[in-house]
Every structure is written in C-alpha cells, then in structure tokens.
Design a protein around this ligand. Structure first.
Ligand code: C5P
Length: 245
C-alpha cells in the first residue's frame, strides 16, 4: 500500500477543549495525509460553525457524536450532520435497528439531494461496545453475554441496517471482519503504540496488531495529541501500519 493509502486509514482524534489547539495540531499533521475526527468535547465547544471552519484545515471530519436517541431525532440529527459536509458520523448500535436504519436513510436522502457537503456522502458508523468497557463493566450494565458475542450481535445489526461500518476495539476487529462483507468498514480506537499509557481504555492494541487484525481505519488520540512530537508520533504509527504485508 502507498504511504498516502496508509495515511488515509488513520484518524487523529482532535480531543481538545478549544478550536485553536485543534487547528494548530491539524495544521501540523494534515501535510502527512491523515484524516481527523472531532468528538463530543470539541463539538460541544465549537459547535457546527466551528466544525465547518475546522474542515477548511482538516478536510471532511469523522464526527464522533455517538448519536443514541429515538429514530426521528437521530434521523433529523444525521440530516443536520450531513449538511456540514462531514466524512462520517457515529451512532450507538444499542439504539437498535430502527434507529440505525433511520440514520442511514437520512444520510442517503441527504446524498441523493446533494446536501451532503464536501465529501458527497456521509458514512454512518455504528459504535458496538465502547473500548473503555470490559467484560465486567458490560455485566454491570446488565449485558450477560460475552463481550465478543455482544460486539458480533451489534455488528450484525449495523450491517443489516445498512450502516457503512462499525467502531469496535482491535480485539474484535477480526471477528467483525470475518462476519461481515469486505466493504463494511471496521474502525478501531484503542490504539496504543508499544509503551504508551492506556489511560481510560480497556481494550487496546498496537497499530500493527490492529491492522493485522483486519481494521480498515485506526483512531488515535492521546498517544499523538499528548506527545511532545506529534509529527514524529504519527510517522512512527504510519511506518508500523505500512510494514504489515
Ligand atoms: O486518546 P485515545 O486514543 O484513547 O482516543 C480515542 C478516541 O476514540 C476518543 O476520541 C474516543 O472518544 C473515541 N472512541 C473510543 N471508543 C469507541 C468509540 C470512540 O475510544 N468505542
């Protein structure tokens, strides 16, 4: 795979409390060809107009809003996100099949009507089991099936609802890859280069292990955003990804 191809598979999470810091890092890293993700923290700070402005630097963003509501609300929210010209949006698969289908229908309608902004189409990615959860925490939530089984179940729901892919941990990437179609995107946060701190993440892997497990796209935050040398950190991750045959 070309260096450009590898870089397009890496999303940097711009988890910052303000616009200026997000733009500063994006300006440093954009020349490397990586993509960017904006999550709830930044969205709540800068709002939709900030997202549009930020996309002038980052290109179409993965908006990690983790929508989880009644189908009508999700449908209308996805429509609003599509109009921002984002690359993709996340929805919680536990919102259920009707909610997921409503989101997918809204994204398709926006694309058909030419409202989907810069990238032409908004991808709907279903979040399976958060990478911060482990088997024990899942049980606390009243889910009494093994974590991998729950991820598999939610991935099946997302595929059936027409989602473009799922967000899962690298530990389940192979399971989801094998259970779905090749074009179904497997996006994995919980990326930790060897020696970096886990923070609040519970299910993690190195960039190399995530790619080997079949992840299409990797999401990395703190190992880059908290690094004294973010460009060097990204280069090292891209090299690791490119080394996987
Ligand atoms: O800093 P770190 O690399 O842990 O950042 C991971 C990013 O991916 C965060 O923005 C987090 O919100 C997001 N994410 C996640 N687990 C999911 C879905 C999204 O960690 N299941």
């Amino acid at each position: 795979m070309t260096q450009d191809g590898v870089a397009q598979r890496l999303f940097v999470a711009l988890d910052f409390p303000d616009f200026d810091r997000a733009v500063e890092l994006a300006r440093q890293l954009a020349p490397l060809g990586v993509r960017f993700k904006a999550g709830l923290e930044l969205f709540c700070r800068v709002g939709p107009q900030g997202v549009v402005e930020l996309q002038g630097v980052t290109g179409p963003l993965l908006l990690d809003l983790k929508l989880h509501d009644i189908p009508r609300t999700v449908e209308r929210s996805v429509r609003a996100v599509a109009a921002l010209g984002a690359w993709g949006v996340t929805l919680h698969a536990t919102g259920g099949p009707v909610m997921l289908s409503a989101g997918v229908a809204a994204a398709a309608a926006a694309a058909a009507q030419g409202w989907a902004g810069t990238d032409g189409r908004l991808r709907c990615l279903a979040v399976t089991v958060l990478t911060s959860l482990d088997e024990q925490l899942l049980h606390v939530l009243g889910v009494h099936v093994p974590l991998r089984e729950q991820v598999r179940r939610l991935a099946d729901l997302a595929l059936a609802a027409g989602c473009d892919g799922v967000v899962a941990s690298p530990e389940e990437a192979r399971l989801v890859r094998d259970a779905t179609s090749p074009s179904f995107l497997v996006v994995t946060p919980g990326i930790r280069p060897a020696g970096s701190a886990w923070g609040d993440q519970a299910r993690v892997a190195t960039p190399q292990a995530a790619v080997e497990a079949g992840a299409d796209c990797l999401v990395v935050g703190r190992p880059v955003t908290e690094s004294p040398d973010p460009v060097g950190a990204i280069r090292a991750i891209l090299e690791e990804m490119a080394d996987v045959p």
